[in-house]
Design a protein around this ligand. Sequence first.
Ligand code: 16G
Ligand code: MG
Length: 587
Amino acid sequence: MAQFEEVSQKSAVHPKPVGLVLQYGTAGFRTNSKQLDHVMFRMGLLATLRSKKTKATIGVMVTASHNPEEDNGVKLVDPMGEMVTPAWEVYATQLANAEQEELLTALKDVIEREAISMAQEASVFVGKDTRPSSDSLSQAVLDGVHALGGHNYGLVTTPQLHYMVCCQNTQGRYGEATVKGYYRKLSQAFIQLTKNVPNRTDDQKALLVDGANGIGALKVCEMETYLKNELQLSLFNDGSSGKLNHLCGADYVKVQQRAPKGVEMTAGERCCSYDGDADRIVYYYSGSAGRFHLLDGDKIATLISTYLKELLTQAGLDLQIAVVQTAYANGSSTQYLEDTMKVIVRCTKTGVKHLHHAAQEFDIGVYFEANGHGTVLFSKAAEEKIQKLAQDSNTNDERRRAALLLQNTVNLINQTVGDAISDMLLIEAVLAIRGMTVQQWDAIYTDLPNRQLKVKVADRRVIDTTDAERRTVSPAGLQEAIDSRVKKYRRARSFVRPSGTEDVVRVYAEADTQVGLRLREFSAARDTQKRTIGGWCRIHLWVEELGLRSKGYWSNILILVCVVSSSGDGDGAFLFVTLIHVLTVLR
Ligand code: 16G
Ligand code: MG
């Protein structure tokens, strides 16, 4: 067949390095950009097949998100804007790893197994971020889809691509499938939501944005005129000089628990950071003593679900609302949501697709990872009920007002995937409507002291987990060892899981303890540049107090010092140290 001949010829231009093996991971392929040319070409082919199979437009996004500028990656987007279905992740890995001479056989294998009619038309949208390698790599994707109706969107954020795929496949019902259509839909909803908020001052409209030197910076700039000064953005790390994700962006801020480079914030000012492809967001501010306060995905989920629940009550709508989190959600957030807010809370494995899937089971599913990936999903029935009430002229003013707010909230949210720009507008609207400052938002609950670190072990696959990654089933004895340490502390929780994106094991620990408080004092001193010999001595004393001496005094001191000095506060470090010791067994 002519199509296969063309595939053969073009694949020779995008040859696979012999023996290279890559895996379609949690968020697609991701590695150094130099290794990806053949993968891109083959994902172009696979997206075309997926489009023929589903008889719908498929998306391909070229990005490595928060990873360094030298890296790149690719992921496929299914017809409703969601991540590609798991069976096709397997095909993606098979195609990417087929040696040059095996490619056609691998391709034909997919066609046969999925009973794909090659005569069917195909449509593929290709998007890319601002990395230097994204130009040629997206061209390689297009080579794969070439002559089969592929459409190149050029520079877009990941969520914009998801959005446009969904618009295209719903014949415009979700919105217009263009970047301008996206700006218009979101900005109109934002203006509608905030227009009746009394006495909104310029201060309340001001927001500092760290664009991570990436695509989000470019796109939020384009959007500004649509917002008609209802939001006044000061943009930092806009990509004009700095390097992508370097000392800036949501991942840096969340992991380091400190402000990004280049953002000039004064006490109490609201700031947010996007990641490199703008599908993640975190907020933060500087407190009165110069202390850094982070408002992560858990705080965002709490703010949004509280707001939605209040509106549902005011509207008198009986819709079930749930919050979906992962094991990384701070225990205080879960407790607040369940005990105070009385909303259903679900926990899933790490990775957007798992949360998204779980959230689809409810009338309204709010999902967020602590790292800032997340959005809100409304069921079709929920959207219809909201719409019906908003148009019902017989209902009372309070109910109608709440229904209208809900309706505009639905329009403001990108339901296809977590979206830094859409989430930012929603948070800004909610703060305005509820008349809340960032400090009041932060005070809804207090995070339990916690720590997260990665450990390199010989083979991370020996760790197998269950219960949404909260417990290990192998190797034998690991879970018991964790349990015996965790039970010594109040409100303590800890888990170990193999990373889905790096060759490491991640360790998480949280607890409410006196030692945690003292470590917090120490790190506050660090923040105000009062790093003292006395401070370091106190760390020695705590290690003694915790009885860690026998378990390797100096290595404990070292880990504590690293943990305390590399992150905002030192809480949880003690528990963490004991866990590192559990893991040394596996090294
Ligand atoms: C990917 C996921 C993110 C998850 C992270 C976990 C998407 C779009 N991104 O970045 O949701 O939190 O992986 O990484 O799904 P880990 O398995 O290395 O901890
Ligand atoms: Mg990202």
